[in-house]
Design a protein around this ligand. Sequence first.
Ligand SMILES: [Zn+2]
Length: 235
Amino acid sequence: MPKLIISSADRVFVLTGAGISAESGIPTFRDAGGLWRNYRIEEVASPLAWRGDPHFVWDFYSMRRKAASAAKPNPGHFALASLEQALHDRFFLCTQNVDNLHELAGSQCVAHMHGELFKSRCDSCSRPPFPDTSIHESQGEIPLCPCGGKIRPHICWFGEVPFHLEQIFAELEVCTVFIAIGTSGSVEPAASFATHVSGRAKTFYVGPEAPANHSSFDDCFLGKAGELLPILFPH
Ligand SMILES: [Zn+2]
């Protein structure tokens, strides 16, 4: 098994996707055929659904909070936390995942481009997102902000702009090693990151199967992140 050699001059950008969480038992949308209670995910995770029926939306995110709170980080998450510790500010972790498994493994700095399952925010005012593990199911009260707005999950829904894009693209500009882990390579804008850096940075993929955009990578390491990452980044 080859190792990923990272020199003292390298800056590493890591992108993680649903695959690394799935290894910890968090089901991906697509595993379930993209359906929840026979609704397409796009019909639940959207501003339109929220405006039409916030109880329905909170039912879904309450279920996801419960599923995620039962999950534990796997050796892939721990390997990335160690890599951050070794490289400090020459390491940037961007995730498409909304769970907190990277943080539970010890990662200090994580850019959650699609939001965070255990945070909520007001749907009306600019009060910043706050930590929130509450469950709101079955027609319970929708929590309200002091401004009168409704408290919603801090999630980037379909049709909304991902978070931290400015910082993410600034880090893509300066990275010399780009590693995508467990992403399908089909969700934009993340699917274009490898193409964005190719020619300037070495690009690697780690995951159980080749992603849709596999031709954008210099090398693909096929297998579970939890098995490959501790070998690729031994400490
Ligand atoms: Zn408010």
